[in-house]
Design a protein around this ligand. Structure first.
Ligand SMILES: [Zn+2]
Length: 357
C-alpha cells in the first residue's frame, strides 16, 4: 500500500510538473496543483491522478478506467480568456459560449453548503467536471469543500461575499465592489490558490460599472442559458423533468443549478445519467489564454432576467441595464436560440427573489 502510494505520489509529481509547464497556466491559477501541496487522503490522491492537468486534458485514460464507458465523463475543455473579460449567458447577455449541439456546461451557485458533498459525490461517480460559483462567506465556513471541489477537477469561480438580499445592483458602487473583493479574497484563501476569474452576480443583478470593472480585470461574467428553477418549491423529480425539458428545447447551453439546494443534490445522479442517455456531452470551462469562443444572439434578443429583476426589486432596479448587454454586443449569431424561445420564467415563483440564484 505504501509502495503504491509512493508510486502514485511520484506519478502525481510528474503530472504536477507537466501542469506547471503548460504555457496557459500560471502557478497562482492552478488550484489543483495548489491542493497537491497539501496532504491528501489516498482516495483524493487517486482522483487527483486522474484529473491533474485538467485544463488541457479533458478526458484522460485514467478517468475512463475509473468511471467506465457508461459514465457521462467530460468531453472537452473550453478555455475562457483570462486576459479579456466578457459577459455571457443568453438569459442576461446577448452572447454566450459557442457550444455545439447537445453540449452542456454545468454551473452551481451558492456553495459550499451542507449538500455540496453529495453533489461532488454524484459528479465524481460520472467523472463530470463543472464550475462552482462560491459565496465567500460560505467558503470561509467550509474551506475543506472548496479544496475538495478543486482537487476533483472542478473550476472555482466567485459569487460575492455575502450574497446580499438587496443585490449588488442596489448597493452603492463602493459597497458592492467591497463585497465582491471580500468574496474573491475569502474564496482564494479557502482554496489556498487563486480561483478562476469567473464571476456570477447574485440574482443576475449586475450594473454597468461593476461589469465594466470586472471585465477590464479579465473576469468573465457568467449569466446562464437555462436554469433548473431549483430555488422554487418543487420536488427533485419536478426539477429533473423541468431542467431536462428546457434542455431538450435549447439543445445546449450553460445550465444553472444550486449545490446548496437539497433537491438538486438529490436529482443530480439521475440528471447526469439522463444526459448520457440522451446523447449530451459535458463541456468543462477553465481559464486560459485562448480567445473565449462566443456566439452572438440574434437581433431579437431580449434579457430574460431583467424583467424578473424589475419585478422582484421594483422600480429602483430599473435603468441599471447591463453595460455588458449593450457595449459588448456582437453581430451575427443566426440560428441562436432566442431567450423567448426558451421555456419562460414561470411567474413570480420563478423569480430570482433576493438571494436566488
Ligand atoms: Zn446565488
Amino acid at each position: 500500500m505504501v509502495a503504491l502510494l509512493t508510486r502514485a505520489r511520484e506519478k502525481s509529481n510528474r503530472q504536477a510538473a507537466m501542469t506547471a509547464n503548460l504555457p496557459t497556466l500560471k502557478r497562482s491559477e492552478r488550484p489543483v496543483a495548489g491542493a497537491l501541496n497539501r496532504r491528501l487522503a489516498p482516495m483524493l490522491l487517486a482522483i487527483l491522478l486522474s484529473t491533474a492537468g485538467f485544463y488541457s486534458a479533458p478526458t484522460t485514460a485514467a478517468e475512463e478506467r475509473t468511471c467506465g464507458p457508461d459514465a457521462l465523463g467530460t468531453s472537452r475543455v473550453i478555455e475562457i480568456d483570462r486576459s479579456k473579460g466578457t459577459a455571457i449567458g443568453l438569459q442576461s447577455y446577448p452572447r454566450t459560449l459557442d457550444l455545439r449541439d447537445h453540449e452542456v456546461v454545468l454551473t452551481f451557485d451558492d456553495g459550499p453548503a451542507a449538500t455540496t458533498a453529495q453533489v461532488l459525490d454524484a459528479l465524481a461517480k460520472e467523472c463530470a467536471r463543472v464550475t462552482f460559483f462560491l459565496i465567500g462567506r460560505n467558503a470561509e465556513g467550509l474551506p475543506a469543500l472548496v479544496k475538495r471541489a478543486a482537487a476533483e477537477g472542478h473550476t472555482i469561480g466567485h459569487h460575492s461575499y455575502s450574497h446580499p438580499d438587496k443585490t449588488l445592483r442596489l448597493m452603492s458602487e463602493e459597497a458592492a465592489k467591497a463585497d465582491i473583493e471580500k468574496g474573491i479574497a475569502a474564496v482564494n484563501k479557502a482554496l489556498g490558490a487563486t480561483a478562476a476569474p469567473f464571476f456570477r452576480f447574485p440574482g443576475f443583478a449586475d450594473t454597468p460599472a461593476l461589469v465594466a470593472d470586472l471585465t477590464a480585470r479579465g473576469y468573465t461574467i457568467f449569466g446562464s442559458d437555462l436554469w433548473a428553477s431549483d430555488w422554487s418549491h418543487i420536488t427533485a423529480k419536478a426539477e429533473l423533468e423541468l431542467v431536462l425539458s428546457r434542455l431538450e428545447k435549447n439543445r445546449k447551453g450553460i445550465v444553472l443549478f444550486h449545490d446548496s439546494q437539497a433537491i438538486t443534490a438529490q436529482m443530480l445522479p439521475e440528471f447526469l445519467r439522463e444526459l448520457k442517455k440522451r446523447g449530451y456531452s459535458l463541456v468543462h470551462i477553465a481559464p486560459g489564454d485562448s480567445p473565449t469562443p462566443i456566439v452572438a444572439a440574434g437581433p431579437d434578443w431580449t434579457s430574460t432576467t431583467e424583467p424578473i429583476i424589475a419585478k422582484t426589486l421594483g422600480a429602483k432596479s430599473l435603468g441599471a441595464k447591463s453595460l455588458g448587454a449593450k457595449s459588448l454586443r456582437g453581430k451575427g449569431g443566426g440560428g441562436m436560440m432566442k431567450p423567448e424561445q426558451q421555456p419562460p420564467a414561470q411567474g413570480a415563483t420563478e423569480a430570482p427573489k433576493a438571494g436566488a440564484p
